[in-house]
Design a protein around this ligand. Structure first.
Ligand code: PMP
Length: 402
């Protein structure tokens, strides 16, 4: 018998655990933890947008009508919800996707994990935008991919991408967040989307369109890559986290038929499928088009007000010192201080002043630009933005005087 205090003897961990990164997302969420810090770090949606009343009503109704909602479900996802998603997503042909091309996942994060399981061997190459979503970088590294980062949205970006595609035979995935990206807030223009789709097809890569912010627009983005011909190599990932609430842990992947079948098998092995109950509730919510329109309107209104407050406070406090573009949707302002500022080193002082942000270096696969930072406007109230930015400005001014 093992007595209290006897050290546990475990076998050696698997080799892949050596590729686990520290949880960068966990660290970001912790930065928002204390109440006296104004949270410009977390990319979480505003709790004010959560439809808890409708969720409660629909759940009660569904359980009365269908006790089997508490049963296991189909590992691919609730058929009615797969059909609803297939009908919503624009396609290049104008004809809807078949529902069997849709796989429901635990957030789009699980979609990334399943896709890597299906496609990547150690040493395969993934091309990402520069900078890029840190949760995706974490997954690609775990699968021991070689990550190549290219500023895909910049003027020279696509020519550089083409040169890399021509030179590097092991590229399997090109990963982009095409609308209101995390972390930059930027969107790909329609001509760049055309060229990207064309390159993915020409070089036989999977073009991952990770698009959780698309619906949260203050000005609509260009058509999705799933509707940009040639779209046969595009894998679209969507999420209900930002539109409804992240606790649903509900996202989806739309992939070519041969790939979706493999993804479904990995999904089955991982968790036997998403919660049947949550999928039923989400389906009841979103198929009510009046509810969905009102929900989106309300969320866009809240975020637009917060974006405007943050942007005007940044302009007022920093003028031309801070370089940033105004985002037309999503949650993020990506900003750059003048050369000499290191935002990782600045962070403790900012937290001390009472404001959080995420240092830009977390979002680079290689060679980070340490002057950059991500400011999220999703969680802080509009009326707190001037104070948040004043605190940031104080921390920065003190740092240059040191
Ligand atoms: N992709 C991007 C670009 C994100 O910003 C996020 C969430 N921050 C995700 C994927 C994961 O979202 P979820 O798993 O909640 O759908």
């Amino acid at each position: 018998m093992t007595s209290v205090g006897t050290p546990t003897r475990l076998p050696a961990l698997a080799e892949r655990t050596g590729h686990l990164a520290d949880s960068a997302i966990g660290a970001v969420l912790r930065l928002t933890g204390t109440s006296d810090v104004i949270p410009l770090a977390a990319g979480s949606p505003a709790p004010e947008t959560f439809c808890s009343q409708e969720f409660t009503e629909v759940t009660t109704r569904l359980l009365k009508r269908d006790p089997a909602a508490l049963q296991y479900g189909d590992a691919s996802g609730l058929p009615a919800l797969r059909s609803w998603i297939a009908a919503q997503v624009p396609t290049a042909s104008g004809r809807s996707y078949e529902a069997d091309r849709v796989l429901l996942t635990h957030g789009s994060q699980q979609g990334l994990d399943l896709l890597c399981k299906a496609l990547l061997d150690p040493g395969d190459v993934v091309v990402v935008d520069r900078p890029s979503y840190l949760g995706a970088l974490q997954v690609f590294r775990l699968f021991q991919a070689r990550v190549v980062d290219i500023p895909i949205g910049s003027d020279q970006g696509l020519s550089r991408l083409e040169a890399v595609l021509a030179a590097e035979p092991r590229i399997k995935i090109i990963y982009v967040v095409p609308a209101f990206a995390n972390p930059t807030g930027a969107s790909l223009t329609a001509p760049r989307r055309d060229r990207l789709a064309d390159l993915a097809e020409r070089y036989a890569c999977v073009l991952v369109e990770d698009d959780p912010y698309r619906e949260l627009h203050y000005d609509p983005p260009a058509r999705p890559l799933s509707a940009t011909p040639p779209s046969e190599n595009t894998v679209r990932m969507g999420s209900f986290s930002k539109v409804l609430f992240p606790a649903a842990r509900l996202g989806y992947v739309i992939a070519p038929p041969s790939l979706v079948d493999v993804l479904m098998k990995f999904k089955q092995a991982a968790d036997l499928g998403n919660s049947h109950l949550i999928q039923g509730v989400v389906h009841e919510l979103v198929r009510d088009s009046a509810f969905l329109a009102a929900q989106l309107d309300r969320a866009r209104g809240i975020y637009r007000e917060r974006r405007d407050a943050l942007v005007s406070a940044l302009t007022g406090a920093f003028g031309s010192i801070l370089d940033f573009e105004v985002p037309h949707g999503g949650f993020f302002v990506w900003a750059g201080f003048p050369r000499g500022t290191d935002t990782t080193r600045l962070l403790p002082a900012a937290l001390e002043e009472g404001v959080s942000y995420v240092p830009g270096s977390d979002f680079y696969a290689t060679d980070p630009d340490r002057t950059t930072l991500r400011l999220s406007f999703s969680c802080a109230r509009a009326e707190d933005m001037p104070e948040a930015v004043e605190r940031l400005a104080r921390a920065w001014h003190n740092s240059i005087e040191d």
